[in-house]
Design a protein around this ligand. Structure first.
Ligand SMILES: [Zn+2]
Length: 193
């Protein structure tokens, strides 16, 4: 996930290429990881660097976005990096709508309703069980990234396409316009005119 704010610094660390919509890999289901080994830790490191190197800087990334169909997510909302393996949302509360963007859908933002508080369990990079209780932006990022592991993109959850924001200078692919048009016109649940 990304916000429209924040810049990255010049870095010289290994990163991976982020795949973008409509690459079919984004619709794949990621596999659970059995052993948290060196390779998994290496992928996590590269994912974090990839997230930081994005312009504007990403605040979350799922392994599937770099073409790896494994259940790994990373996030950093400005409080330091978090990595979660086999993450699962076990509890949630409240609802909140806010603008969302995605490194795999560059240049567009739209409002998505999410749980405002979540409890997520998973493994950390050392293979230890962890439990994260998050609210606000971190809760949103975690839900966005867990969605990726199930082949779900934030555009699937947009209810009101009137909230769409397109950043100047980003070439929005034809397929994405088609997706938006199809879903915007199908939005018969709108009640505010
Ligand atoms: Zn995303």
């Amino acid at each position: 996930m990304r916000t429209s704010e924040g810049t990255n610094s010049t870095r010289d660390k290994p990163t991976r290429k982020v795949i973008t919509f409509p690459n079919p890999t984004l619709r794949k289901k990621a596999k659970a990881i059995k052993t948290v080994n060196l390779e998994v830790r290496k992928i996590i490191g590269e994912m974090i660097e990839t997230m930081y190197a994005a312009e504007p800087k990403g605040i979350g990334l799922a392994a599937i976005q770099v073409g790896i169909p494994m259940q790994i997510i990373v996030a950093d909302i400005g409080e330091g990096p978090i990595a979660l393996i086999n993450p699962k949302m076990v509890s949630h509360k409240g609802k909140e709508a806010d603008k969302e963007g995605c490194l795999s859908l560059p240049g567009i933002y739209a409002e998505v309703e999410r749980w405002s508080w979540v409890k997520v369990v998973g493994l950390n990079k050392d293979g230890k069980k962890v439990e994260i209780e998050a609210e606000g932006l971190l809760a949103r990022v975690l839900q966005h990234e867990i969605d990726h592991l199930n082949g779900i993109l934030f555009i699937d959850r947009v209810k009101d396409w009137d909230t769409l924001e397109v950043v100047e200078g980003y070439p929005v692919p034809e397929e994405l316009w088609k997706f938006i048009e199809a879903h915007a016109t199908a939005g018969s649940t709108k009640s505010n005119g």
